[in-house]
Design a protein around this ligand. Structure first.
Ligand code: NAP
Ligand code: G4F
Length: 324
């Protein structure tokens, strides 16, 4: 039975990855940071099948202890400060978690067990002000937020440890991926949650920023399979993971409101306070390498994804999928 250590197991991707690895027969261990209250909502359904170890990306010795005690064959480094607007409010902390945290994890692996295979959660935010359309593994980076800059550091330090020490350390450059477990602050979930509340009569307005921003949105449950596949390759390589189609925030709004037979124009307000100091206008991934080498394909389409999220938010508020 192989063992995997997942950082960020309490997050959206960590919870789907843990389920995926359990189904493959792994012993799954998750790194969790200390909190005065438990934050295990996304993993409570599998908590009796996984082991949790305490540690923090800010603290090297806790990572060394975690790697030593778990003794994994694979480490998935998903933990990060992952919300782009927060990275302007807390740029130094974002750098500590999202950039230097990667070096700490690589150092823990290098010193304790250099044979470990490590996955680093890189991001399409690194492409920022895009230099090519669509973006592939060879597209130059031009990050547009402290978060994007931190991810570029995390990406290159992973390449550097691979080349300097021969570690099997790879980055998945993942485009946006969503699910009913997405944090409420990200735009898709903000919209689907608000739609459910409006349908139930609990809210009457949804304030949004840039409705014209375009993203290549996929389903998180599909994307964790690609993370695993990257660590099963003969040689360590980086991959873009995306659907290859882009949509606007307005498209998300239209699908979500029409799912519950409401006209979005009556409820959505544009709010300049929600515009970013520098936004990423459009991202579109080229997943050709992942298709060819990993045999990876997304299964859930864009409309199906948004409707799944609306339905889940309605169910959580006590209604069926169509708000009845
Ligand atoms: P998420 O839901 O925000 O989860 C982040 C996880 O990181 C949480 O489990 C959080 O723990 C943990 N964490 C944060 N700071 C930590 C620290 N100092 N020490 C230990 N754990 C810490 O993020 P996600 O959407 O699952 O994304 C997973 C990773 O992929 C992130 O690195 C993100 O930047 C990257 N990524 C995401 C996307 C996407 O579209 N979702 C796309 C590209 C890349 P708490 O529960 O304690 O807060
Ligand atoms: O959902 P978002 O906050 O995601 P963003 O900034 O693209 O970042 C996500 O994807 C990255 C991969 O590219 C990850 F690395 C990162 O960790 C995170 O998971 O915003 C998407 C777009 C932006 O252009 C934003 O300006 O939606 C636009 N938007 C418009 N109104 C809004 C809003 N975003 C948010 N969060 N809230 C709004 O009200």
């Amino acid at each position: 039975m192989p063992t995997a250590l997942v950082t960020g197991i309490t997050g959206q991707d960590g919870s789907y990855l843990a389920e995926f690895l359990l189904a493959k027969g792994y012993r799954v261990c998750g790194l969790v940071r200390r909190s005065s209250t438990e934050n295990f909502d996304r993993i409570k359904h599998i908590q009796d099948r996984i082991q949790l170890v305490s540690g923090d990306l800010l603290d090297l010795s806790s990572l060394v202890d975690a790697v030593r005690s778990v003794d994994p064959e694979e480490v998935y480094n998903l933990a990060a400060q992952s919300f782009v607007p927060t990275s302007w409010q807390q740029p130094v902390l974002t750098g500590e978690f999202t950039a230097l945290g990667v070096t700490r994890m690589l150092e823990a692996i290098r010193t304790v067990k250099p044979g470990i295979r490590m996955y680093q959660a890189s991001s399409s935010e690194m492409f920022g002000k895009v230099q090519q359309v669509p973006q592939s593994e060879t597209t130059p980076f031009y990050p547009r937020s402290p978060y994007g800059v931190a991810k570029v550091y995390g990406h290159w330090i992973t390449v550097n440890y691979r080349e300097s020490y021969g570690l099997f350390a790879v980055s998945g450059i993942l485009f946006n991926h969503e699910s009913p477990r997405r944090g409420l602050e990200f735009v898709t979930r903000k919209i689907t949650h608000a739609v459910a509340r409006i349908k139930m009569g609990l809210a009457n307005e949804l304030r949004l920023g840039n409705l014209n921003a375009k993203r290549d949105w996929g389903f998180a449950g599909d994307y964790v399979a690609a993370m695993w596949a990257m660590l099963q390759q003969e040689k360590p390589e980086d991959f873009v993971i995306a659907t290859g189609t882009a949509h606007t925030v307005r498209d998300v709004v239209e699908i979500a409101f029409s799912r519950v037979d409401l006209d979005w124009r009556r409820y959505v307000r544009e709010d300049s306070q929600l515009m970013r100091p520098a936004d990423v206008d459009a991202l579109l991934g080229d997943p050709a390498k992942a298709h060819k080498v990993l045999g990876w394909e997304p299964k859930v389409g864009f409309k199906e994804l948004i409707e799944m999220m609306v339905d889940a938010d309605l169910m959580a508020l006590g209604r069926d999928g169509r708000g009845r």
